[in-house]
Ligand binder design. Structure first.
Ligand code: ATP
Length: 432
């Protein structure tokens, strides 16, 4: 890209389109790799032979490839003894998650664990994917399996450059999706999986998703080529693999079911001004189910939604709230419980993969949503766009400065993947 005479948007797009037509999905802009989603399986691009070809080769010598980025990152870590990060950014459906998996595959290839290890870290991280996807992925208008959270996978290495552990950190789970979905989209996969699970669904008094408010705001219930009942079994298997015991698995799905029942609780105005009561018998049933599944007192659960506590220096004042505030309380509870469940799952996955607290250095792969702009944008879009802006500023500062010196290019904003000092990324994430 840097060899273009005029580096402007039409030139960049034309170059990408021409290369794409020649089946060249990767293009460099200096040290940054642009990947165009092929939406087709290209096994020859990622096989063992290809990995062998890129191993240890000077960056830029071979055709642009995601393996070249991973290799340069690995070599920089070994030779400079400094942790690295690879940032994978782009809009929804661009191919970030697939790219992350390819990077991990390559890193395991060059830095595979010592002989004797039964399961590689890549295997372990990949095996935990169905679980993360069941609880953190959903159908959007752009992608049937869109990750609704950011992910930072840290691959840890010992002093001989061998993988010694890994950890997955997640950011910005889209909590609002639990209680609100747009037309043609779905809530998180786990809800539909549980509804389709047969005996387990009966146990928790669940039925078709159209019966639950948190699922029926959009009329999209099924995904093409996906059987939710089978996916449920896969999620259960993934839980077995990461060592979540049967009773914890039961607790997880009790919480998922409780959230669906919570969503069906409606309120009517109470007798007193600005107060609310539960609407009818049907809602009472869902309230009782939610309380039973969460193992909490039913009256206490109701009062957490219909009342609020104001803390004053003189003590707490308990005040009734109107029915619309009670709905907000209900939704907040559902979102918080779900987000905590997700964090708990991530913790368990990390325990199962095993971290090396004494690792010499690490390569972090950040897979994070790109800029978003919808008809209605919420606080989440602000956070996502802010995070992207900060990351881009960082790259513009560190990477483009270097390139400008080298190639005299102008600053452009683009989706990129690249490697930088790992500590910078960690500091940045903390700030964001
Ligand atoms: N390198 C690739 N080769 C073949 N297919 C790909 C590749 N990258 C992406 N795809 C296809 O594109 C789809 C979407 O990719 P992916 O889920 O990685 O996007 P994403 O950027 O992570 O999206 P989101 O932000 O919504 O999670 C994949 O399911 C896959 O079919």
């Amino acid at each position: 890209m840097t060899k273009l005479v005029y580096l402007h948007e039409p030139g960049v797009l034309c170059n990408l389109a021409l290369r794409y037509r020649l089946n060249e999905i990767y293009t460099y802009t200096g040290r940054i790799l642009i990947a165009v989603n092929p939406f087709a399986k290209l096994p020859h691009m990622y096989d063992m032979h290809m990995m062998e070809q890129y191993r240890g080769v000077q960056f830029g010598e071979l055709s642009p490839h995601v393996f070249a980025i991973a290799d340069a990152s690995y070599r920089a870590m070994v030779s400079e003894n400094c942790s690295q990060s690879i940032l994978v950014s782009g809009e929804s459906g661009a191919g970030k998650t697939e790219t992350t998996k390819l990077i991990m595959r390559y890193l395991t290839f060059v830095g595979g664990r010592a002989i004797g290890d039964i399961r590689s870290v890549e295997q372990q991280v990949l095996e935990s994917n169905p679980l993360l996807e069941a609880f953190g992925n959903a159908r959007t208008v752009r992608n049937d399996n869109s990750s609704r959270f950011g992910k930072f996978v840290e691959i840890q290495f010992n002093k001989s450059g061998r993988i010694s552990g890994a950890a997955v950190r997640t950011y910005l789970l889209e909590r609002s999706r639990v209680v609100q979905i747009s037309e043609s989209e779905r809530n998180y996969h786990c809800f539909y999986q549980l509804c389709a699970s047969g005996k387990d669904a009966d146990k928790y008094k669940l039925a078709h998703p159209q019966n639950f408010y948190y699922l029926n705001q959009s009329h999209m219930y099924e995904l093409e080529g996906v059987n939710d009942a089978e996916e449920y079994l896969k999620t259960r298997r993934a839980m077995d693999i990461v060592g979540i015991c049967f009773s914890d698995q039961e607790a997880i799905f009790r919480i998922v079911a409780a959230i669906l029942h919570l969503g069906n609780i409606e309120f009517s105005p109470g007798k007193e001004f600005d107060s609310s009561v539960i609407k009818d018998e049907k809602c009472k049933f869902h309230l009782q189910m939610a309380a039973d599944l969460l193992m909490v007192d039913v009256n206490l659960l109701l009062s957490t939604m219909c009342y609020r506590t104001i803390k004053t220096p003189e003590g707490n004042i308990i005040k009734a709230v109107d029915s619309s505030a009670a709905v907000i309380g209900r939704d907040t509870l559902a979102k918080t419980v779900y987000a905590r469940l997700f964090d708990w799952l991530v913790d368990n996955i990390n325990k199962s993969i095993g971290q090396d607290m004494e690792s010499r250095s690490q390569i972090g792969v950040l897979d994070i949503y790109g800029f978003e702009c919808f008809k209605y944008n919420s606080f989440e879009q602000l956070c996502i766009n802010f995070a992207n802006e900060k990351l881009q500023q960082h790259f513009n500062k560190h990477v483009f400065k270097m390139e400008q010196e080298e190639y005299k290019t102008e600053e452009i904003n683009w989706s990129y993947i690249d490697f930088v000092d790992n500590q910078d990324i960690l500091d940045l994430i903390e700030k964001v």
